[in-house]
Ligand binder design. Structure first.
Ligand code: HMG
Ligand code: MG
Length: 302
């Protein structure tokens, strides 16, 4: 029986990045800025606002610099963005983000498809980005994708996850987010993977990033909570997916995660009403119903 729950949890909102990167409809810069400004007033302490990647690869976030420069910064909120290389870092520093998030995969094929190079050739690029970010006074976060399964290679050997994780920590990242890129994880697998990783890294340096493709994200979070993890990435409305992971759908919905944690008496510091209002705003802008169950219930209740 799971009983070892924490009293508080940090939710990191990745909707403006992971959520919007895969949307067909281009959300205008003005609407992105308005949405992020609303998110800043919900009690969130961490918002991933965009990606400084090649706009040919991710057209939905082609306005990264304008978005980062246009938002209102609330003291106490960390505004972060994905950065794959030196060119991205230059833009991120110009736009003055607070934190730089580097990303790569545990599986070779997904890494190649997502960032166009081998795992081995990715390490020196990310090392440079992490070191220069830290020198510029920014904190640094790392993502490892395909931890629980790769769309091209299937199950990924835990030793590969450990190697990428260790290398990212050696570069100087402050936190590692473990990505279930295609939403394939199940609670037993999460236990096994976390057992292996927690033998090497402290729980407070790890975050979990579950996509909810098959509806297992909340169950996976429950198991992670029981194992001492207190930081989770989520996307408002359940928006999103990885364009280079066929079949991947959105992250666990921030609104549903908040509902579960609130009802368990676990505090997050988030204001549910303001969050739901921001969720309805982005649903309206993407022009289709979002997967969040809380949003559907809200819609029914008016
Ligand atoms: P590349 O083509 O190998 O790059 O792409 P390159 O260095 O050879 O340069 C080629 C061209 O790209 C040049 O332009 C560069 O200037 C340009 P050209 O001379 O041809 O006009 N370029 C850039 N432009 C803007 N910003 C940059 C940049 N870098 C090069 N930073 C690259 C390599 C990494 C850039 C490319 O593969 C890319 O942009 N990939 C982005 C992939 C991506 O964003 N995927 C989704 C995010 S990851 C994710 O969702 C998973 C996660 O959520 C966790 C999980 O769920 O598991 C984090
Ligand atoms: Mg993701």
């Amino acid at each position: 029986m799971l009983t070892n729950f924490p009293t508080s949890v940090t939710i990191k909102e990745v909707g403006p990045r992971d959520g919007l990167q895969n949307e067909q409809a281009f959300i205008s810069t003005e609407n992105k800025i308005s949405w992020i400004n609303q998110l800043s007033l919900t009690g969130l302490k961490y918002i991933e606002i965009t990606s400084f990647v090649n706009p040919k690869w991710i057209p939905a976030l082609a306005d990264a610099v304008e978005v980062a420069k246009g938002i209102e910064r609330i003291p106490g909120v960390t505004y972060t963005a994905l950065v794959p290389n030196r060119k991205g870092l230059e833009q991120a520093l110009e736009a003055n983000v607070d934190e730089v998030a580097v990303f790569m995969s545990a599986s070779e094929t997904h890494n190649q498809k997502n960032i166009n190079k081998s795992i081995e050739n990715t390490f020196p690029l990310l090392k440079e980005v992490v070191e220069d970010s830290l020198k510029a006074g920014k904190s640094s976060r790392g993502y490892v994708s395909t931890v629980f399964g790769c769309p091209y290679e299937g199950i990924v050997d835990i030793e590969k996850v450990i190697r990428v994780s260790e290398t990212l920590f050696e570069m100087g990242i402050g936190e590692l987010s473990l990505g279930d890129t295609i939403g394939a994880a199940n609670p037993k697998q999460v236990q096994d993977v976390l057992e292996a990783l927690l033998r090497r890294f402290p729980a407070n340096k790890l975050a979990l990033h579950f996509h909810d493709t098959r509806g297992t994200a909340l169950a996976n979070i429950l198991v992670s909570l029981d194992m001492g993890i207190t930081t989770f990435d989520a996307s408002l409305g359940g928006l999103g997916g990885c364009p280079y992971a066929p079949g991947a759908s959105g992250n666990v919905a921030t609104d549903d995660l908040l509902y579960m944690l609130n009802s368990m008496g676990i505090t997050t510091g988030l204001n549910q009403e303001k969050l739901m209002s921001a969720s309805r705003f982005i649903q309206d802008k993407v022009g289709k119903p979002l997967p969040s169950r809380s949003l559907q219930v809200c819609g029914l209740n008016g």
